[in-house]
Each structure stands twice: as C-alpha cells, then as structure tokens.
Design a protein around this ligand. Structure first.
Ligand SMILES: NC(=O)c1ccc[n+]([C@@H]2O[C@H](COP(=O)([O-])OP(=O)(O)OC[C@H]3O[C@@H](n4cnc5c(N)ncnc54)[C@H](O)[C@@H]3O)[C@@H](O)[C@H]2O)c1
Length: 425
C-alpha cells in the first residue's frame, strides 16, 4: 500500500481539551462490553449516556446493571445492525467504547470519529491494511483519539517489566517473545450467541495470527515501538490445522454444522518481526491445542532476561554467572520495581477485578488522561501496528513465509515519537 498524504496533522501524542466529566456510549455489551459497563459504574467523573446492542437481552442486562447502581438510566439503541449510528448522532457523548465482533471494529471506529467522538476499540483494531489506513486517515482528519484497548499493557507484571526496562536492568534490548496461547476450542459450542458464534468462522477464513495484540502490546512498549523504533518486516509460519476438526468430530454429531466447516487456520502460528533497529520479536498464536495459557512476555537484553508464564528472571550481576539459573521468587522484584501506577491504583484495580485488575486499571487510566488533558498511553499508530500482524502473517504464510513489510502508519513520526513515560516518576 503506497504511503498516502496525511489528511491532517499527526495524532501522535494527541492532547484533547480537558473533560470534567467523560460522557460515554457503549456499542456491543456482550461478554466483554458488559464488563466495561460494570467498571464504568465504579469510576469517578463519568456518565453512561447510551448503550447499543443488536441483542435486546444483553442490552437490557447492562441497562439494568447501571440502574441498580443508582445511576441514571442510559438511552438504549437496538433493532438493527446500523442502530449504533443513532447513538453516534447524539451530541451529549464524548467517547464510545466498541466491544463488538472483529469485523465491526473498523467501521464503528471510523463512524465514531466522524461523529466528533473519541473511539475506544476492543482488540484487534482492524482486519485489513486498507482499514488500518482508513482509521489512521480519519483520526488525523478529525483529530480524535482512536485507542485500541490493549488491557494487557496494564497488567502488574507488564507494568513492572516496563519499569525495569526503563531503569536499564536488562541493558540494551535485543529480543522479545509474545503470544496468545489460550485454549478456546470450547467456544465452538457457542452457536447462536456469544464469542464462539462469530469467532469460530475466522478459523475457516484465515491462516495466520488471528489475535496478535495481547502479548505484542507490552513487548512493543518495552521496545519503544513507534517511539524511536518501529516494526520493519515480518515472516510467518503456521503448523497444520488439525485441532478444531478433531474437536468437532469428538464433541458434535457428525451432521452438525461444526463438522461441515473447513478449519484452515494452523493450530500454532509463529511469526518473527524485525524492527528497524534490528531487534527481533517472536509472536505466537494458538487457541486450539491442549496447553497451559501463556503470553510469553519475554524480554531479552544484553544484561539479562525476564520471562513470564511463570514469571522468572535472570540478570548478569557484578560479573557473576548468576544468570544460568532462573530466579522464580518475584517478591523482591515487585518490592523494588512495581510500577508507580500499580503502586497507586493496583489495590483498587484488583478489588474491581477483570483479568487481575488490568481491565479496571486501563479504563481508569483512559478516564484520567481525558479528565486531565494528557495523551493516552496507546494511540492509533500503536493499535494499527499491533493489529496488522494479523494480516501480514497471513500474507507471509500464504507465500512460503516470505517476508512482508510493515506499512509505516506513523508516516515517519516514529523517529521523533517520545517513549512512553513511567507515570509518577
Ligand atoms: N481485551 C480482552 O481481554 C478481551 C476479552 C474478550 C473479548 N475481547 C474482544 O471484545 C470483542 C467482543 O467480544 P465478546 O467476547 O464480548 O463477544 P460477544 O459475542 O459476547 O459480544 C459481542 C456483542 O456485540 C453485539 N453486536 C454485534 N453486532 C453488533 C452491531 N452491529 N451493533 C451493536 N451490537 C452488535 C452482539 O449482539 C454481542 O452482544 C471482541 O473484539 C473480542 O476480541 C477482548
């Protein structure tokens, strides 16, 4: 895709006028979006103005939840797949939280920004390179935020590792490993509604990394991707696609629809990203094999390594060869390196829950930035760079793993982009 002329100034580091109250609308309140609604009911300085979902039942559940908290009843929109546009026509909403199936993310984000509102979108942000460019173009033309809500960047461990990296504990960074390894075959039993009712089909349409952002977001922030470095090119391979067919055979009658599908997505996809500075990142996707959960969360530098799942660390200390053995005892590392944001908000985040507190912390931080006129921690360039791995990995897999170049969605602004600060220091 050729580099297009910008439709407006870069939105890297975008600061928008301070909001005393953040007025929010929700599109999609299924399994994920309903959680966001619950968290927003416990955040200061927000008003839930409207909620939209095509499923009247989940819509009603979220509306009920809000009112049982003693909060005003939000307006509701349902009845068609386009009903969200009526929500966007309101003039009393500042931000829209989009938690719909993947194919809706890009059009809804674009329509949200065009309606004068800021878009906050579930992962992944987009499904084609063209959609990525359209989102970037719209953000630049409208000067609106479009943040992909990568919650994993707000996990305690990920925040701590970011803090360790910034303090130089690992030396110069060389290599990272990221993954979404999460056995989700059971979602194939969600037939008429819920995640599996739409997500299952992606395994019949694409062969690559369907869901790259959870592991990749934090590793990208460790490496200052789009802020001094950027993804240059990628090569990708997929294993055979066997697990979903076998599962369908075992779990569904022979004539069941799940047994008529052609599952083409390799059970394990492995991609390698090279950055402009020469660093390497391995990214894996596997939602099919019987295997414990992992996002890898590995960062290797000239002075040592941190790896997650389970957490372990090895550092070259004072010339000793202590790095031959993993230190699995995290207590002293947390004591020394817990991120200031976690020290400030971690207890409240854990009390509110959501993937160990990361969900609440992300939403709290979004609202904090909007209310204090600070740039968000993740911008439209991050969301597109992390999401486009989905698309580029397929291209590479389908072409004997030949390398594929990353588009530079920042249009060169990565060279001067400021690294994400450690808030509170
Ligand atoms: N960040 C995370 O940790 C995390 C976790 C789970 C899901 N997700 C993401 O959240 C998104 C939603 O996933 P989910 O598990 O909640 O799925 P889901 O199927 O439970 O919910 C999706 C909702 O969107 C509604 N919807 C579909 N089309 C719509 C339209 N045109 N207008 C309005 N509503 C519409 C559906 O009725 C449904 O209620 C996905 O992108 C998924 O990848 C992220």
């Amino acid at each position: 895709v050729p580099k297009k002329p910008a439709a407006g100034p870069s939105v890297m580091g975008l600061v928008v006028p301070k909001m005393d109250t953040v007025r929010v609308g929700f599109i999609g309140v299924g399994q994920r979006g309903s959680g966001h609604v619950k968290h927003f009911c416990h955040l200061d300085g927000v008003e839930i103005k409207a909620i939209c979902d095509t499923d009247p039942q989940v819509l009603d559940e979220s509306i009920q939840f809000v009112t049982t908290q003693g909060l005003p009843k939000p307006a509701q929109y349902t009845g068609s797949e386009q009903a969200y546009k009526d929500l966007l026509n309101r003039d009393d909403i500042d931000i829209v939280i989009i938690s719909t199936p993947w194919e809706w993310h890009a059009p809804m984000a674009i329509n949200t920004m065009e309606s004068g509102k800021h878009a906050f979108v579930e992962v992944p942000l987009a499904l084609t390179v063209d959609e990525c460019w359209q989102i970037v173009d719209t953000a630049e033309r409208t000067q609106k935020n479009c943040m992909m809500m990568e919650n994993v960047n707000y996990g305690r461990d990920e925040l701590m590792v970011l803090n360790m990296v910034r303090q130089g504990l690992f030396g110069e960074l060389l290599h990272g490993e990221a993954a979404y390894i999460h056995e989700l075959r059971w979602q194939m039993k969600e037939i008429d509604s819920k995640t599996g009712s739409w997500r299952t089909y992606w395994h019949t349409k694409r062969n690559g990394n369907l869901y790259p952002t959870h592991g990749l977001g934090p590793v990208s922030q460790y490496m200052n991707i789009n802020r001094g470095d950027r993804f240059d090119y990628l090569t990708s391979m997929s294993s055979p696609a066997l697990g979903r067919g076998l599962y369908a055979k075992r779990e569904f009658p022979a004539d069941h629809e799940r047994n008529q599908l052609d599952y083409i997505n390799g059970d394990i996809n492995t991609s390698l990203i090279k950055t402009v500075k020469g660093r390497t990142i391995m990214v894996q996707h596997d939602t099919t094999t019987p295997r414990p959960y992992s996002r890898h969360n590995l960062i290797q530098g000239t002075n040592g390594v941190f790896a997650g799942f389970p957490n372990r660390i090895a550092i070259e200390q004072a010339g000793s060869d202590s790095y031959h053995k993993w230190d699995m005892d995290m207590a002293k590392w947390y004591a020394k390196y817990d991120h200031p944001l976690w020290l400030q908000m971690g207890q409240e985040a854990e009390r509110n829950g959501g993937h160990g507190g990361m969900d609440f912390l992300m939403l709290w931080r979004m609202v904090y930035c909007l209310r204090n006129s600070e740039p968000l921690d993740q911008d439209v360039y991050d969301g597109t760079a992390w999401s486009v791995v989905n698309i580029l990995s397929q291209e590479s897999v389908n072409n004997r793993s030949n390398s594929v170049n990353f588009p530079d969605f920042t249009r060169g602004a990565w060279k001067t982009g400021k690294p994400l600060g450690i808030i509170g220091t």
